[in-house]
Structure formats: structure tokens, C-alpha cells
Design a protein around this ligand. Structure first.
Ligand code: ACM
Length: 638
């Protein structure tokens, strides 16, 4: 139990972003003096630092370290406060204040770090309103627990069978598919009874699997009679049909008052989009390989087929690279005395997290067996603080410190496009990645390079002169074109965030970009000839708060993304007919700045992830918010 507590409040004056007031309570039995206080907070102090009652000694992204007045003594039971203005933005939600705090005693000597309790950020004097329900209660017109809902369905409800079992004479492949889907069901619902059994018993129904026929990728048909027939032309279609059967029977067994299993009828189903994805940021908060495997199970249960694994960012490099072990040593470690400062809820204890290449192979294999393609992302050239901290040759050594800052407040965080060392590094990195990841696409990020990056670099200036380039984004385009070429040499295709198109972009033919900044960007990219996946922050960023109210946790910079909006939003809404073929699908993005606990992850990601899954699969005219709200209550969390 900590003997110290930090409380923070916010008030709106002075404009534009107001004042953060920080109070440290000494709950120990001894007077507190000669210390430093650090906290991590996405509401940041900006230069020139404007602090009254303390001195801000260091601010590194969201890590802030303060020195108290020299003669300050905080008596037991007393508190000390200071105020910070010139903030980066005005906070909007309870999670916008300190996420962790660290007291350092005897800072010039033994430097003992002590954990400080923190709590939510409150706005001073404002009456806070409780958020209402995030989804309607739910209403079923058909009693079947299927999510995503099929394209076409005509069923008569019947008795609930004990279980479903393979029809006599099933092939090895059919038996294996049966077993695999039951294993998935069991991992997701370990407390529920088996729904797909190998053993016929009184009360079981037989399922005959027929492979072949004229079906689109991942499509399937179910003919439900005394014997159920599942037809598809590929393994994905068979798995999808079995998952739908398993979902219906699971629903009927755990909530018999709401859900039934069909006696007869048909389901004819095919995915709306070929790209039904979710991204997961494992840099800001690290989720270990077992967590990632569980996440894949959840995607598979929703018939999603792309896992976009955001493996690197400023906060940590998470993928083992044999040529550069330092990336996953110091580059994946944060702490008060580590090379990388604490961020985003890190406290006294050093935190480390990375995946070995063996773990990565296991994750890729697990995904593949569930029909999920792993698209790995290394976020370059920006978002590279962790990599640059351990491989400084990838920056210009003569570039002044703090020449530019990313929107998250990291200084000089972009690989230098004018250093050949950068391309030597990437060649070795890509060589290892293509061995680990069979996917056609390799995602290279490309987002949020700060305007002004590299302009103080002598090397970059020489390159600009030689190549006739002007400004940060033409340099970025030069870099991206070389990267696209390096990927092509290795048989892979570039995927990236929408800013890859800036400054001249790359050859759009075959390049896949994710439109995140706003929906119109997706249409612009398609016009330019890029393939597009829609990931607009306003609908599909699952770290955005789910309601406007201060008490609702989450981010606000892309607006509020209610579960109703995540579900009902139509990504192709404004897409002109002739550009529709460029729209490959949609994707949820799970950025983890705010997910300092699994509980917060679950609270924000679910059920919105299930809503995006249905938006990715189900035709627009078959979406039904009330049905979705009724069924999603059965769905597993992380
Ligand atoms: C992003 O949200 N920076 C892709």
C-alpha cells in the first residue's frame, strides 16, 4: 500500500486549454522533503513550461518530472499542490489526467522510487452527468444467436439438441474442422457445455459437410433438416458455417428464454468485405503471446480474417529481430532508471515486453488455422523513439535535440531518410520479417511524421538538394518509394496509413492504405488509385470514449465513438460507385494508450469490436441495431 496519493483536477481558465492542478498527499508517518515527483499523463505541459509551485525538470512525451520548492516539507497528513498551464489540449474525460505517479526520494543520492496512488481526473466545480446506456436494451425478431448476422436466413425454430455431431462417413478434414471449432468454443466459453461433439448420442443432430460447389471465398450454405448439411467451397466457408451452428446452439443452451436452435430452413451467407480486420497496438501496452492468441480466437468467433499487429511504436519495440537484439532489450523496457522513461501508466517497476520469433511463429500459425492473416506493422519512419534510442545511427547525429516533436510529444522520433544506415537496417529487418510473416502485405506505418521533421538535418538537406525535394513530406515520399521497392524485392506489397500518400506518395498500383483521419480521405485515396481499408477514427477507433460525458473513459481527439455509431456507420456511404472496387474492407483499430488494465480494455473494446465485425460481414440492409444489442450480450471479452 502506498503512503502517497496524487489527485489531479482541471479548470478551464486560462483559455484555450485551462489549468491542471496536481496535489500530492503525504499519508506516511514522516515528513516528506527532498524529492522529485513524476507522473504520466496524456494531458501534457507544453513549452514554454508554465508551472506555479514547482519546477518541471523534464517532460518526455507524457512523462513529467517535477522538483518542489527547495525548502518544501510536506508534514504527515498534509498535501502540496502546484498548477500547470500551457497544456497541449483541454482534457475531456476522467482518463485524461495522471495514469501513474512516482516519488523519488533522495534524488541526488540513493534515488529511491516509491509508488504513488493516482485516481481519475475531475473538472473543478462542474456538475458531472452520468452517461446513459450505451446500447439499446435489444430486441429479437428471430430467436437465433448469430453474430455477425447472415446475408440470408429462413428458419423454423425447433427443439434444442444436446449437441451437433458429424454425420456418418465424415472425412478426416470434416472431423478436424468440427474438432477445431469446438476447441475454439471451449477456449472462449470454458464454462459452457460442448456444442460440437464427435459422439452421436440420443438428442444430438448430425451435420454433413459437403465441400465444393459454386461459392465465393468464405461463403457457405446451411440446409437444416433432420440432418444438417453444410456446404462451402473452401476451408473458411466450412469454418464459418460451423461457427454459426456453434453460436446458435451455444445461445440456445445458455439463454433458452431468448434463443432457439432451428428445426428446419436455410442460411445462405457470404462476407460483405474481403478485409474484416482488427488492429491491436502492443507497443503502448504490451499484451503477451497468450493474450494475442485469445484475441485471435475472439476475431475468429466473429468471422474476422485480418489481424493487423502494431508491433512497434515510440513506447516500445516488441518484435525480436536477430540482427538487432537491442531493439527488444532496452528498446522494449521502460522504467524510472531505464533508457526509456515511464509512459502511459508505467510506475516504479521496470516494465518489459516483447515477442520472441518462436512466439511470433506460433501466433501466425494459430491465426492461420483460424483463417486469419497476420499483417505485421513496423511503424516507420515516425513513431520510432524506441528504435532510435537503441540504434542512434538511424538519426542524423548533428541534428539538434528537439528539432521537431510528434503529436504525442516525442522529440526527433523519425528514422532519417537521408542516412544509408536507415536502409541497411530496414533490409535486415524486412529479411527477418518475410521469414516470419507469410502475408502478402507488410504494413510500414507512415503515419504522423511531424511537419518539419529532418529539416535541421544536414544529411536531409543534401538529399533534398540532390533529388530536388521540398519539405518533410517529399522526403517522406522518397523514403516510402525506397521502402516499397525493398518490399517488392522480397515479394511483398506495401500497406500503410493514409499519410503514405503525402508528398507525392508511392506508386498506388496494388498499394493498400488505411484511411484513418477522416472518411473523406478514403475516397481521395481511391481516386488516386490506392486500394483502401476504412478505419476512420470517428467510428472504428475503439479507444475513443463511448459517450461525451466526462465520466466516460477514453480518448477524445477523434471525437466520441458511441457503440451505436460503430455499429451503424457505413464506411462505403459516400464512396462513388466507380470507386467501390478499391474499397477492400473495414477495420477496427485498438490503440492502447488508455488501456492500463484489461478491465479498461474490455470496457472500451467490447461490444464495439463485435459491432465492427458485423459491419464488415453483414449487408447494410440486414444490419439491425436492436438484434445486435440483444445477441452481443452473449459474446466473450478479452
Ligand atoms: C494513427 O492513428 N496514427 C494511424
Amino acid at each position: 500500500m502506498s503512503s502517497y496519493r496524487l489527485e489531479n483536477t482541471w479548470s478551464p481558465e486560462p483559455a484555450p486549454f485551462g489549468t491542471l492542478k496536481v496535489t500530492l498527499w503525504n499519508l506516511s508517518e514522516t515528513p516528506l522533503s527532498d524529492f522529485r515527483l513524476a507522473y504520466t499523463s496524456l494531458t501534457r505541459a507544453m513549452k514554454p513550461f508554465t508551472v506555479s509551485g514547482a519546477e518541471l525538470e523534464l517532460r518526455d512525451a507524457n512523462y513529467h518530472r517535477y522538483a518542489p520548492p527547495a525548502d518544501l516539507v510536506v508534514a504527515p497528513g498534509e498535501s502540496w499542490s502546484f498548477e500547470v498551464t500551457n497544456l497541449n489540449r483541454d482534457p475531456r474525460h476522467i482518463t485524461d489526467g495522471a495514469k501513474s505517479a512516482i516519488l523519488t526520494l533522495d534524488p541526488a543520492g540513493a534515488k529511491t522510487h516509491v509508488e504513488v496512488e493516482v485516481s481519475d481526473l475531475y473538472p473543478e466545480g462542474r456538475e458531472l452527468v452520468e452517461p446513459g446506456p450505451l446500447l439499446p436494451e435489444g430486441k429479437l425478431t428471430e430467436p437465433y444467436a448469430i453474430l455477425p448476422w447472415p446475408a440470408a436466413l429462413e428458419l423454423e425454430a425447433g427443439e434444442t439438441p444436446l449437441a451437433l455431431c458429424p454425420a456418418p462417413g465424415a472425412s478426416r478434414e470434416a472431423l478436424a474442422a468440427f474438432s477445431q471449432v469446438e476447441a475454439l468454443h471451449r477456449r472462449l466459453y470454458p464454462e459452457a457445455r460442448t456444442v460440437l461433439s464427435m459422439v452421436p448420442m440420443p438428442g444430438t443432430r448430425a451435420v454433413a459437410i459437403e465441400m465444393g460447389g459454386d461459392f465465393a471465398e468464405g461463403a457457405y450454405a446451411l440446409e437444416i433438416a433432420e440432418v444438417i448439411t453444410l456446404k462451402a467451397a473452401d476451408d473458411d466457408g466450412i469454418r464459418h458455417g460451423l461457427i454459426v451452428l456453434a453460436q446458435m446452439l451455444h445461445g440456445a443452451t445458455v439463454d433458452a428464454a431468448s434463443f432457439r436452435f432451428p428445426a428446419s430452413g436455410t442460411i445462405t451467407d457470404a462476407p460483405r468485405y474481403g478485409w474484416r480486420g482488427s488492429h491491436l497496438d502492443v507497443s503502448r501496452q504490451f499484451w503477451d503471446a497468450a493474450d494475442v492468441t485469445r484475441f485471435l480466437d475472439i476475431l475468429a468467433w466473429h468471422r474476422m480474417n485480418i489481424f493487423h499487429w502494431h508491433l512497434t511504436d515510440d513506447e516500445g519495440w516488441r518484435m525480436e529481430v536477430k540482427a538487432y537484439p537491442q531493439l527488444t532489450e532496452a528498446g522494449a523496457t521502460r522504467g524510472p532508471d531505464a533508457l526509456l522513461t515511464p509512459q502511459l501508466g508505467n510506475g516504479v517497476d521496470e516494465v518489459h515486453g516483447h515477442y520472441t520469433q518462436d512466439q511470433i511463429r506460433d501466433v501466425v500459425a494459430h491465426a492461420g488455422a483460424l483463417g486469419i492473416t497476420v499483417v505485421p506493422e513496423v511503424d516507420i519512419p515516425g513513431h520510432c523513439t524506441a528504435a532510435l534510442a537503441v540504434i542512434p545511427e538511424l538519426a542524423d547525429p548533428q541534428e539538434a535535440p528537439e528539432s521537431y516533436h510528434s503529436v504525442q510529444g516525442f522529440a526527433n522520433n523519425a528514422l532519417n531518410p537521408a542516412r544509408e544506415e536507415t536502409y541497411d537496417f530496414l533490409a535486415k529487418l524486412f529479411d527477418e520479417m518475410v521469414e516470419l510473416f507469410p502475408a502478402k502485405y507488410l504494413h510500414i506505418g507512415g503515419d504522423e511524421v511531424a511537419d518539419g521533421s529532418w529539416l535541421n538535418s544536414h544529411y536531409a538537406r543534401l538529399l533534398m538538394e540532390k533529388e530536388g525535394l521540398s519539405g518533410t513530406f517529399e522526403l517522406q515520399s522518397y523514403f516510402m518509394r525506397r521502402v516499397a521497392g525493398m518490399l517488392a524485392e522480397r515479394g511483398r506489397v506495401l500497406a500503410g496509413w493514409n499519410e503514405v500518400a503525402h508528398g507525392g506518395g508511392v506508386d498506388p498500383e496494388g498499394t493498400l492504405l488505411m484511411a484513418w483521419e477522416k472518411p473523406e480521405v478514403g475516397i481521395e485515396l481511391a481516386k488516386e488509385g490506392y486500394d483502401v481499408v476504412m478505419t476512420p477514427g470517428q467510428a472504428y477507433y475503439l479507444d475513443m470514449a463511448q459517450a461525451e460525458e466526462w465520466l466516460e473513459p477514453g480518448a477524445a481527439w477523434a471525437g466520441t465513438s458511441t457503440p451505436v455509431h460503430s455499429y451503424t456507420y457505413e464506411a462505403e456511404g459516400e464512396f462513388p460507385e466507380e470507386l467501390r472496387p478499391r474499397l477492400k474492407g473495414i477495420q477496427a483499430c485498438i490503440w492502447c494508450e488508455h488501456f492500463t488494465s484489461r478491465a479498461y480494455f474490455n470496457r472500451l473494446v467490447f461490444p464495439r469490436l463485435c459491432g465492427v465485425a458485423e459491419a464488415a460481414w453483414t449487408p447494410k440492409e440486414r444490419k439491425d441495431l436492436h438484434r445486435y444489442a440483444a445477441i452481443v450480450k452473449l459474446h466473450p471479452a478479452f
